[in-house]
Write a protein that binds this ligand. Structure first.
Ligand code: IPE
Ligand code: IPE
Ligand code: MG
Length: 235
């Protein structure tokens, strides 16, 4: 099987999943967090090297304080407890996003999980938290400008060279999945998705289990990726 190297998921639909069951939105987030744990282990076991997930966007600060607080508490609780299993499975966790506007206990939990899993080598789980795609490009451009001031020669600077100015030097995204039915990218990894294949599903994230994930992998196998060129059979 031709397994994508880097899969990215916009984990959307937690709120609607809960409301349709007469539950509070927060219960959808809790259920979604359980789905993520299972999915991360499954994806890496299937041979995916990097799994990026959108957990909280810079724009999600527009939500009610109670929902934001719930999500912040959930990430702290998760990083401090449930992630043992991810650690045991040899997965390295990295966090992408701005470190501003975050509570001290959230920052501490982020540092802990990155530190605890840093030597793991089976695969990478990149959690995008307080993350924006345009923000990542701006922050990278600022770092590049600083290097320029220090004398960096950019005469032959190529698009591949910009990856190391992003939050983490990860490979381009091969497969981008969005659950929850919306057909948009909502400011997710804009630089890295330039040639990714898109898979949209109406399934809400809490219900996006291993078999749903495998459907996306099968679809990916049959995509004709051309990267601007022409495949042999069409010449
Ligand atoms: C995605 O689910 C998770 C976050 C944005 C934190 P939503 O909370 O956006 O769920 P819907 O889209 O309202 O159903
Ligand atoms: C994208 O979902 C962000 C995350 C999944 C964390 P949103 O629910 O915030 O996106 P919009 O508002 O539908 O574009
Ligand atoms: Mg949403």
């Amino acid at each position: 099987m031709n397994v994508p190297n880097h899969v990215a998921i916009i984990m959307d639909g937690n709120g609607r999943w809960a409301l349709e069951r007469g539950l509070k939105r927060s219960e959808g987030h809790l259920e979604g967090s359980k789905t993520l744990e299972k999915l991360a282990i499954h994806a890496i076991n299937m041979g995916v090297k990097v799994l990026s997930v959108y957990a909280f966007s810079t724009d999600n600060f527009k939500r009610d304080k109670a929902e934001i607080d719930y999500l912040m508490n959930l990430i702290v609780k998760y990083f401090n407890t449930k992630f043992e299993k991810i650690n045991k499975n040899g997965i390295k966790v990295v966090i992408s996003g701005r470190k501003t506007n975050l509570r001290d206990d959230v920052l501490e939990a982020i540092n802990n999980i990155e530190e605890k899993t840093k030597d793991n080598s089976k695969g990478i789980l990149n959690i995008c938290f307080n993350y924006g795609g345009q923000e990542e490009i701006i922050d990278g451009a600022i770092k590049l400008a600083q290097d320029l001031n220090k004398g960096l020669d950019i005469k032959n600077f190529k698009r591949e060279d910009f990856y190391k100015y992003l939050y983490h030097d990860l490979p381009p995204i091969d497969l981008l999945i969005r659950t929850g039915g919306e057909l948009r990218v909502s400011n997710f990894m804009l630089y890295q998705m330039s040639y990714s294949e898109f898979y949209f599903t109406n399934t809400y994230f809490p219900d996006f289990d291993k078999s749903e994930f495998n459907k996306a992998l099968f679809m990916f196998e049959n995509r004709d990726r051309r990267f601007g060129g022409i495949n042999e059979k069409n010449k």
